[in-house]
Design a protein around this ligand. Sequence first.
Ligand SMILES: *Cc1c(COP(=O)(O)O)cnc(C)c1O
Length: 400
Amino acid sequence: MNEPIGELLPPPRLMMTPGPSNMHERVYRALATPLVGHMDPWFTAMMGDVQILLRRVFQTENRMTYPISASGSGGIEAAVVNPLEAGDEAIVCSNGWFSERMAVIGERTAAKIHRVVAPYGNTVDPDDVRRAGRGHKIKLIGLAHGETSSGVLQNLDDYRKVADELGAILVVDAVATLGGVPLDVDRQRLDICFSGSQKTLSAPPGMAPITLNPRVEEIVKTRKTPVQSWYFDFVPIMSFWGSERTYHHTPPISLIFALREALRLTLEEGLEARWERHRQNQHALIAGVEAMGLQPFVKNPADRLPTVVAVTVPPSIDEAKVRAQLREEFNLEIAGGFGPLKCKIWRVGLMGYVSQRSNVLLFLGAFEKVLGDHGFRLPAGAGVGAAVHSYSEAGAVAAR
Ligand SMILES: *Cc1c(COP(=O)(O)O)cnc(C)c1O
């Protein structure tokens, strides 16, 4: 009973999952920086640096840009519960697990939620959204930019247009896309946009960067009823992350240090170079799996999310056993499907620091070996060969 509990020694996994992603060593160092109290003038000044960095990554001038002390789901919650109250109506575009979560959270408010649904693997048709809004006073349209449960990317400009027609604000879940896929909050006029620290930004899990524009500030200031959530209420947070720095709650100081470094790394590389790197690695990975005789789950190439590649599991293969062998034999973690896609797809994450040429080639080599062990017949070396070819075609400038 008195066995000592040993030192913490996690296995050195390569996490090619839809988050968390592996982190750059500079982010680990920032995480281990000694604590400074959150009301210390040094810390409250440093909070301003984090906000400047976040504005640059979101590409916005919004005053209210800050990291919520919560995972990505806290971002969804804050974005939905703040604008909505009794008597309001909202549309949520539901095409997967995470966008559906936005609808479920919306239903816990006093507002009426209209779902516009598309099957997994598809985008939501903006015309369906337009039709759903006809004859209603829609306050908010919400959607996921990148739906990680199925690997689908949606074109935000199409939904912005519908939101303008309906007079609604646009709420965008960019948890899987910020820092990896083109996104420009001010130019695309996204009223609320949030992300998650552990995905394409490659910081530790536990923070949800968010930005909201003056139109949203006005909506929350003129609410008739208080926001149902004390913790996520934008108004008091505006005093903490705004100029006053009035205490609201103790933020995860170490996580903020790490996020600051991850944002610095993002901007050092440059947003455009980063988007191009994600695109090249995605294309090489897809070329590789196709050469192995497998199919990407998302049929339309334009709808494929650069940060998560969904691959259809061939009929005879037990997908969980493949994942377990990749983990045990290669220290490589990929994800399976969930909900209606359980056992049907693998999801291979190429997020932030993980989106590297060496990881793509390692994955394809390991995947080929493991699938071979499971009796899947494929031409030897085809996957790696096709990926190498894809890189040389692309010039492989950005994909490192
Ligand atoms: C991961 C993810 C979330 C949820 O984030 P958590 O950090 O797990 O709470 C929400 N939306 C999308 C698109 C995601 O990929």
